[in-house]
Design a protein around this ligand. Structure first.
Ligand SMILES: [Zn+2]
Length: 232
């Protein structure tokens, strides 16, 4: 869909696999007192990505899936928190445009650099980025500069979980496999079935932890979507 770009640390980038998300899938908040010690990700700025709270847990690099992804910068262990990030934009489906307009110019630039921001007029880009990158949070949705770069894998094979702490208004990403070797692509589960993933984000999951959609499945979905029931 989009061509891979330079690592995010060097500037704007683009995530191939869309990263809209369902509800937080972590174990809830508050069980982890030392999270308060964890430095937050830097404030939105096109040049300040790829580090998690100052510690180099992962890098944003071109992914074999296409576009960008997050890759372990060193061996990671279960329960390590690798990112604590405030939303770039917290909004609802109905307040998207006014809330977008209230962002700083720097934050708007970051927003528009996310996956889906390459084509169309400003309105359709803002809307499409919301569709592809938003996480469900209490009362609405939130879009994150860094977490949005993580690609999807289904629950049995993902290696990172996330949870949104509404009080602190931060999203935390935590390793959920015993050992993740350096260089491994890090993945979170966006939520929904493989059909949902295709219809919402436009990709056919091939994570190895699900039954991939067949060409026939895709045709059936498209026929339903376009109201083509074989009469033509
Ligand atoms: Zn899958």
């Amino acid at each position: 869909m989009t061509e891979p770009e330079a690592p995010v640390s060097s500037g704007d980038g683009d995530a191939e696999t869309p990263t809209g998300k369902g509800e937080s899938d972590g174990q809830g908040e508050g069980e982890d007192a030392d999270k308060d010690e964890f430095p937050l990700a830097p404030p939105p700025s096109p040049a300040s990505v790829a580090r998690a709270g100052g510690e180099d847990f992962f890098r944003i690099l071109p992914s074999p899936l296409g576009g960008l992804g997050a890759f372990a910068a060193r061996e990671l262990k279960r329960d390590q928190t690798i990112l604590v990030e405030r939303p770039l934009l917290r909004t609802t489906h109905f307040r998207l445009m006014p809330d977008y307009h209230d962002l700083s110019e720097a934050a708007k630039r970051v927003y528009l650099s996310l996956h889906g921001g390459q084509d169309g007029d400003r309105f359709s880009r803002v809307e499409r980025i919301k569709q592809l990158n938003s996480f469900a949070v209490p009362g609405g949705i939130a879009i994150f500069e860094i977490a949005s770069r993580f690609n999807h894998a289904c629950p049995s094979v993902r290696n990172v979980q996330y949870v949104f702490d509404d009080q602190r208004e931060v999203l935390s990403l935590t390793v959920c496999q015993d050992v993740v070797p350096a260089g491994t692509e890090l993945s979170i589960t966006y939520g929904g079935s493989t059909v949902d993933l295709y219809s919402t984000y436009g990709f056919r999951c091939s994570c190895g932890g699900c039954t991939p959609l067949t060409d026939a499945d895709i045709r059936k979905m498209e026929d339903l979507e376009y109201g083509n029931f074989g009469f033509w």
